[in-house]
Design a protein around this ligand. Structure first.
Ligand code: LRH
Ligand code: MN
Length: 408
């Protein structure tokens, strides 16, 4: 145990200006991609509460994303879900290009949809029917072409495939079909493209899920090829799992491709980042800072949330700001000092240094950075003052029908 008088934390020794310089560097390196589906009316199986201002056309999603980018300056790309945003596939690419130019937000990761067609009841890439697997692979290859034509680096795959009852599907044969499908998708990638493989332990399948955890995802990415990586959705873990340890391992293995950030109290709740356990995101960001700048370029930060009750624009702006603050808190951990305390097993001193950084109120520094970058110092207040939400609610509200589809 340490000698009690805890060594004074290095960064607290730094001058205010040196700390601010460090903070500005960290905030300049933070960008996060927003999901088109975060602006649309989404719900749970028990219902969907419609918002007048919700986006239902791709233009409206780009308009909303453009507003978030204007207010925050750190969301230059919009994640697209193929069948939701490009229902005509490659034929919609030109339209996306002009919307991206018009609203100042580029197309980001391309997310195939292998979870809504009736034929995927028993799986898509893992379906026992060769014919259905081939159709699913064709959708993957279309997604690669769409990404290439849009200049998007990442094709980001989440697969709902699995089963609900023991003995009803061959887990082994499905692995072989999956390896084959991902290898073929990988081989269609252009040199600058990547395939991100997202894992999820359950839902919609409740007995086995074919890509159920980070180990399965890492193996499949490895087997697919050198341009494949693992995508970590923070909501896709059992409540007791240590997510930052998984992140540390994936960094160690150079297999971490990106994140879908959100928060949860129970399962894949898709709540707003930092709303339930902000310390969780801080601990994850710490592992990224430990990995250093080079790694950062390889790690896509994306938001994956469904804003069922909060105003969608407010929730998105709030999420981006929370991400910036937690990123900066973790950036200001004096990692050299912490490493010395860790190696000397000065547990309390190490924890006080680490958690102390989490307690630090960085909001004044973030405001200063925004002022310096010509951005509104309080994006949420600027959103309210802009009247944007009122305007889109008026314009889009007129079409809102009271009837909502119910679960049964
Ligand atoms: C699945 C998931 C996946 C998306 C979807 C919107 O739970 O996290 O990343 O395709 O949400
Ligand atoms: Mn996700």
């Amino acid at each position: 145990m340490g000698n009690g008088n805890h060594e004074k934390a290095g960064n607290s020794m730094k001058s205010e200006s040196a700390l601010l310089e460090l903070a500005f560097q960290a905030l300049d390196s933070f960008q996060i991609e927003i999901p088109s589906w975060g602006f649309a009316n989404t719900g749970t199986r028990f219902g969907k509460y419609l918002q007048a201002g919700a986006a239902s056309t791709l233009e409206e999603k780009f308009s909303d994303a453009g507003q978030v980018q204007k207010l925050t300056g750190v969301t230059p790309t919009l994640a697209l879900h193929v069948l939701w945003d490009l229902p005509n596939g490659v034929d919609d690419v030109e339209a996306v290009h002009s919307l991206a130019t018009r609203y100042g937000v580029a197309a980001g990761s391309i997310n195939p949809n292998l979870f809504q067609d009736q034929e995927y009841k028993y799986g898509s890439l893992c379906n026992p029917s060769t014919e259905i697997r081939e159709r699913a692979v064709a959708h993957m290859l279309d997604s690669v072409v769409i990404a290439h034509k849009l200049g998007s680096r990442d094709v980001s795959l989440w697969l709902p495939d699995g089963s609900n009852y023991p003995g009803t599907q061959s887990i082994r044969r499905r692995i072989v079909w999956l390896e084959d499908a991902l290898r073929r998708t990988h081989n269609a990638l252009a040199p600058n493209q990547r395939l991100l493989v997202e894992y999820k332990p359950f839902e919609p399948a409740f007995y086995h899920t074919d890509i159920g955890d980070w180990g399965m995802s890492a193996h499949l990415a490895n087997a697919a090829g050198p341009q494949a990586r693992v995508l970590v959705d923070t909501g896709h873990h059992y409540a007791t799992q240590n997510i930052e340890q998984i992140v540390a391992w994936l960094l160690h293995l150079d297999m971490l491709g990106g994140f879908h950030f959100n928060d949860r109290r129970y399962a894949d709740d898709d709540l707003t980042l930092g709303s339930i356990d902000p310390y969780q995101i801080f601990r994850i960001f710490h592992e990224i800072h430990v990995a250093g700048r080079l790694a950062l370029g390889q790690i896509a930060f994306m938001i994956d949330q469904s804003h069922n009750l909060k105003g969608k624009m407010e929730a998105m702006v709030q999420t981006v700001c929370a991400g910036q603050e937690l990123w900066l808190k973790a950036a200001l951990v004096d990692r050299d000092h912490l490493a010395r305390l860790q190696d000397k097993c000065e547990l309390v001193a190490a924890e006080e240094l680490f958690r102390g950084a989490f307690w630090r109120d960085v909001r004044p520094m973030v405001k200063e950075w925004r002022r310096a970058r010509g951005l509104p110092e309080d994006p949420l207040a600027a959103l309210a003052a802009s009247g944007y939400v009122q305007r889109i609610s008026r314009e889009r509200g007129a079409r809102m029908s009271s009837t909502v589809s119910s679960y049964a």
